[in-house]
Design a protein. Structure first.
Length: 461
């Protein structure tokens, strides 16, 4: 079984730990059932225990599925994929991606995509409040900070295109020059846009979902990769899910395997592609600590494809700095290394670039030097799932009756899963696509696959 950069691979078996994982090692279900054999039968099998898998399980139980009828298979420790390795942003795109989405999916769908992201933030906020989820969710505002006049022009054009198409911009504020610099605290800012956004401790959120369904009676099998799904020989409506610890027969299978979806669904091989992404945690110097802590999250953009994302955690003041997958200042070798499923280590050149840029963006951060213990604390990687039309695959796989998918989040799942996973749960419960409220372009269909070119479309994240 491949563990390489191919989309038909299992996750690597020796992943590094992220800041989020390092701070949640006491989660009691981290290694749940790691030595047990899987049951011979289960009505529902969810493959993948990230936020997609966990929330799909949670929602299925809410719709009346018996917890004892549901198992979750996870290739590594609980929630050890992108959900526990991201940059912590729960950040809807308010308008930037509109033109790019419109080119691929048309104006109406592009409007729906942007509206859906705004809804996700609201859904996460409601979910966290309703279930008292201790995941350090911080509902605040977020800035898109334009660091060059060229990018300021791009943003202005996108904003105008979105507005003219009828998009709601009433929640977006715009700042130019000195005002942008003061609001964002970034002296080099050319312009900035601000709208509601948030951050969370994604591993705590993923673990809450798993804990909750396990408490109700669902079973999680960690270190138990699904290696093959085959039609059952005696029942035409059942599937055999093969694992190294036995074969489980199920009527309903939900693929929540994100970047690795094509291993079990080879028809997706050309359309869902793993890319390695990297993030860093930084302990602030006094310039960004205590009353100087950042109150909003930021996306600091030199161009559409060269940017840094930044959140500062309310709970411990840690800064989490994410980086774009492309960056013109990096070597060819480093840029090529993103086409990988290897999350065992981080890339030193990317880390150095990120920290250097962070210092340039916030000169006050290092103006007085740093004490031992301040500065970069940790760096890690994770694997994101890019789809060739920049939107996730959601819904029934009609050619494989009983199988569903919720995957392909383009490095942007925190702003999408909270509408997509509940949608899959509805579809499993025989509701119609229109009941999901999702943009139609998210729906998995053979027509969509045949429309897709195998070429990479621009990443919108
Ligand atoms: C460095 C980085 C920064 C990011 N920053 C952000 C951000 O700030 N905001 C944002 O919105 N998004 C961000 N993302 C993306 C976000 O984390 C993902 O979109 C989201 O976590 C996807 O969730 P998921 O549950 O679909 O996939 P995952 O969390 O990847 O879960 C899939 C799970 O399936 C398991 N699996 C795979 N194949 C098999 C198999 N065959 N059998 C059993 N188990 C299997 C994996 O081990 C994994 O646990 C970032 C990602 C990375 C890596």
């Amino acid at each position: 079984m491949a563990h390489d950069g191919s989309s038909r691979s299992l996750p690597s078996t020796t992943p590094c730990l992220s800041y989020w994982q390092r701070t949640t090692r006491a989660f009691p279900h981290l290694f749940a059932n790691r030595n047990s054999t899987v049951p011979e039968k289960s009505k529902y099998v969810i493959i993948g225990s990230g936020i997609s898998g966990g929330l799909t399980a949670f929602e299925l139980l809410e719709t009346g599925v018996e917890a004892e009828d549901l198992i979750i298979l996870e290739a590594r420790e609980a929630a050890s994929g992108a959900s526990s390795r991201n940059a912590g942003h729960v950040r809807p795109d308010a308008f930037r991606g509109f033109s790019a989405y419109a080119k691929v999916h048309g104006t109406e769908q592009a409007l729906k995509i942007i509206e859906n992201e705004r809804l996700v933030l609201q859904k996460v906020d409601e979910f966290v409040k309703n279930h008292n989820v201790q995941c350090d969710f911080n509902l605040t505002t977020t800035f898109d900070v334009c660091m060059t006049p060229e990018f300021a022009k791009y943003e202005a054009d996108s904003f105008e295109a979105y507005r003219q198409a009828g998009g709601d911009t009433s929640h977006i504020k715009y700042y130019l020059g000195k005002e942008a610099q003061e609001r964002t605290r970034v002296p080099g800012a050319v312009a900035a846009y601000e709208w509601p956004g948030g951050s969370s401790h994604p591993a705590k959120l993923a673990q809450f979902l798993l804990q909750s369904v396990i408490q109700k009676g669902a079973r999680l099998f960690t270190f138990c990769p699904a290696t093959e799904v085959k039609q059952n020989e005696t029942s035409p409506t059942a599937w055999d899910v093969h694992t190294p610890r036995g074969t489980v027969t199920a009527e309903t299978i939900i693929h929540c395997t994100n970047a690795h979806a094509a291993l079990l669904l080879p028809q997706l091989e050309s359309y869902i592609r793993p890319n390695r992404a990297q993030a860093h945690s930084i302990v602030p110097t006094p310039a960004l600590a205590a009353e100087n802590a950042l109150q909003s999250t930021l996306s600091l953009r030199y161009s559409l494809y060269h940017f840094y994302s930044l959140i500062q955690r309310k709970d411990d003041g840690t800064l989490v700095l994410g980086v774009s997958r492309t960056n013109p200042t990096l070597s060819e070798e480093t840029l090529a290394s993103r086409f990988s499923t290897d999350d065992t280590r981080y890339n030193e050149e990317i880390a150095q670039d990120a920290v250097r840029n962070f210092g340039d963006l916030f000169p006050s951060y290092s103006s007085e030097g740093s004490a031992h213990g301040e500065g970069v604390d940790h760096a890690w990687t994770g694997i994101i799932a890019m789809t060739t039309d920049s939107v996730p695959f959601v819904g029934a796989i009609d050619s494989l009756p009983g199988q569903y998918i919720c995957a392909g989040f383009n490095g942007h799942g925190m702003a999408r899963i909270f509408t997509c996973a509940p949608a899959v749960a509805k579809l499993v419960g025989q509701r119609q696509w229109k009941d999901t409220g999702l943009p139609e372009c998210f729906q998995f269909s053979p027509e969509r696959l045949s429309r897709l070119s195998a070429g990479d479309l621009p990443s919108i994240w």
